[in-house]
Design a protein around this ligand. Sequence first.
Ligand code: SF4
Length: 429
Amino acid sequence: MASVDQTIQLIRRTGRDATGQQAAACSPALAKAPWEFDGVLQYGPGSSMGDVIPVGSPRQGAIPAEYQRASTEELHERIRAAKQTLGDRVVILGHFYQRDEIVQHADFLGDSFQLANAAQTVPNAEAIVFCGVHFMAETADILAKPEQAVILPNLAAGCSMADMADIDSVEECWAQLEALYGTEPDADGRVPVIPVTYMNSSAALKGFCGRHGGIVCTSSNAETVLEWAFERGRRVLFFPDQHLGRNTAKKMGVPLERMPMWNPRKPLGGSSGDELLDARVILWHGFCSVHKRFSVEQIEQARAEHPGVRVIVHPECPMPVVDAADEAGSTDYIRKAVAAATEPTTFAIGTEINMVNRLAAEFPQHTIFCLDPVVCPCSTMYRIHPGYLAWVLEGLVAREVLNRIEVPETVAEDARVALERMLDAKPKA
Ligand code: SF4
């Protein structure tokens, strides 16, 4: 099966995919290399290109022309040679949403937290090259040994969802909530509000949660983490992904009217004081532009065209999509569900297209397709191109650490507290 990268190149040239079907990519500019966009303050072509990038976001400087000019085959050969020279000195982590062109060089493939944990299994590696986005490299640095360097091959690989909640806006929100709720625990010892941040957030927000009695969650353990928080607080402030927060709390029986949204540009987040006093979960108004693309109409179309299709979506999708699907779960859940199917099955999957296409190639006994018919990868993940990977690896061969991501220890210390609370949180029996 052609990779997403090859498919996009083909669609741009012919308007058709590898099977000869008419196909569309969400932006023809995806066929260009990321360095053609790195000088510009934007996420680049792809499904988050319409989001507003914070002004202070890291930019990737120009990499040497030899990497920009090299052919695909030459880049792969250089990556392989550098990896061989470095041996155990380096470990390469690849997120499920990365291009196949990158994943083929990864020592570990997984979601962000699996990868941060995987890095801990190689304590002797001097460098951890994280082929993912900025917050993932930060988490790996928080958990890594101080002498290990965590490297993000392209500094412009941020995450538009993580960027929707910045520390200043969250501090301001917290000050308003404290003024409204006070800080005194109730008769059961529960504080007025507990902050919960999704793993897809900056280290500063994880540190905020650590300092304020809060916790981190992933899409795999969000329900367990909310149970933990409700035992300790009357309410939860959940950021940055409104959809994961809403889908999880709804499943736990929290009524929608007790989940007001917090818009940082409005006083009291746009809600009344009474609505906030009655709230169980206050949802930050962030979202993932990749998962926001999935719709109930796509599910209906999949069911009409493929009777018996099993629809699985990620909980970052909007609530109506999760409600209409047969199942919702994290990338790890989706992968395990496909792997566990014993009979040939048709799956329509609502998550990032690189992962869906890889599942289709890995499990040819099943029919697996992406719910969204338009080829549109996560534009931030897509910025990790083999040219950058070759550049940072050859830098390590020359004893030069390029694009190191370092979280200040004052932030990392508090963030570790919030991460450890997550690891200690156990589901109710
Ligand atoms: S898929 Fe969504 S949440 Fe994941 S890195 Fe891309 S923009 Fe961020």
